[in-house]
Structure formats: C-alpha cells, structure tokens
Design a protein around this ligand. Structure first.
Ligand code: MLT
Length: 208
C-alpha cells in the first residue's frame, strides 16, 4: 500500500484489541523485511510495517544522513513529524484508535523510533530498539512516563559505540521511561539472543 504517505503493509492480528507492532527496517530494507521477526516476537499482534522514504544510493532509509552516524537533523525532524502524521492517519484508516502501538526498529528504523520517542511520544506504548543510537539531543526531556523501552545493543558494534547506547538509555530513563538493556556479544547484526530476549520482554509487558 502506498497511501497515507508511506509504502506500508498492515496485517490485522487475530483479536481486534491486540497491540500493533510498528515495524521499522534498517538501511536498505523495506516493509517486508521485519514481518517474520514481528510474527516471531509477538504472534498475536497486528503488524504495521513501513518503508522508509529516503533513498541513499537506492537504499530506503527513514531519514537522511550526512555520513555514517552523522544525521541530517533537519531531515530527521521532518521525517519524524511525517511518521507521527502517518500514525494518526493509520489509526483512523485501520480502526486502531484504542490499540497499543509498540515500535520494533532495527538500526536506522530504531533510530527514527527513538526520535519519535524524544519528539512526540504519545504515539507509542512501548518500543523494542535493536542497535539504536542517540538520534538527536532534545532541548528538554520529553515525558516518557509509562513507556517501556527494550534496548538491544552489540558489544562489538562498529556502527554504534556502547557509550552512545548508554547515553540513549539514560536519556530515556531521565525522561521517565522504564528501560531494559540487553547486550549482544557480537556486532551490528542481530543474533538469536537479541530475539529471545526481546520476545521474553514483550511477553512480560503489561499491556492492558
Ligand atoms: C543510521 O544511519 O541510522 C545508523 O547509522 C544506522 C544505519 O542505518 O546504518
């Protein structure tokens, strides 16, 4: 589907009140990439999976970057606002007004989800962020009270330094979020442990 401003897929869960996983892929991915992961992490959830609108050498992303790990902050702001508008429209279009939305992002997708949490958190009840980094530093912390965040980082990640992940984690905690950290022994790629830990975390999440 290309309407509502983003190419996306919506797959309703078995129960209308089920939480919705908002899937956000990494650089070079698309709206199909994370669907198997979403089903594995939360089999009963509905799925709303987006394709990033920015192309970097033909690879979809959710916002522009100037270099590896150096973000175009103006574009990030604009794209984050576009994502927020999309979520309002998608809730209406798919009858999701009361459903909890849980972002599940990998790498660039995790970074735009982090940006949404720092800029306009009302959209999300929880977030699973694999290999996220600090997207920008807000002037004042947002209010993330009641929002649960699972951060999964690679100890050997050459793209996201551990100190950056720790900074993101403390930014979220300062803002009132309940943060759970998982450290994968390898690098930027996901391992079995990332998925197992995220699934367990989601199973324990109080969502009613
Ligand atoms: C980003 O650009 O969001 C991060 O550097 C991760 C990546 O997409 O490679």
């Amino acid at each position: 589907m290309t309407d509502l401003g983003f190419v996306h897929r919506f797959m309703p869960g078995k129960k209308p009140a089920a939480p919705v996983l908002l899937l956000l892929h990494g650089t070079g991915g698309d709206e199909n990439d994370l669907i198997p992961l979403g089903h594995e992490l939360y089999p009963d959830a509905s799925i709303l999976s987006l394709r990033g609108k920015v192309l970097e050498n033909g690879m979809p992303r959710f916002f522009r970057r100037l270099a590896e790990g150096v973000f175009d902050l103006e574009d990030l702001k604009l794209r984050t606002e576009e994502l927020a508008q999309f979520l309002d429209a998608a809730r209406q279009q798919y009858g999701l007004r009361e459903n909890k939305l849980i972002a599940v992002g990998y790498s660039n997708g995790a970074n735009i989800a982090a940006s949404l949490l720092l800029r306009d958190p009302r959209h999300l009840s929880a977030a699973v962020l694999f290999r996220a980094m600090v997207p920008f530093v807000p002037d004042a912390p947002p209010d993330l009270t009641g929002i649960a965040i699972f951060l999964s980082a690679g100890r050997q990640d050459s793209i996201v330094p551990s100190a950056n992940t720790r900074q993101l984690s403390s930014m979220f905690e300062t803002a009132g979020a309940a943060v759970t950290m998982h450290w994968h022994p390898g690098g930027h790629e996901l391992g079995r442990d990332d998925l197992d830990a995220a699934k367990l975390w989601l199973e324990k999440l109080p969502l009613s």
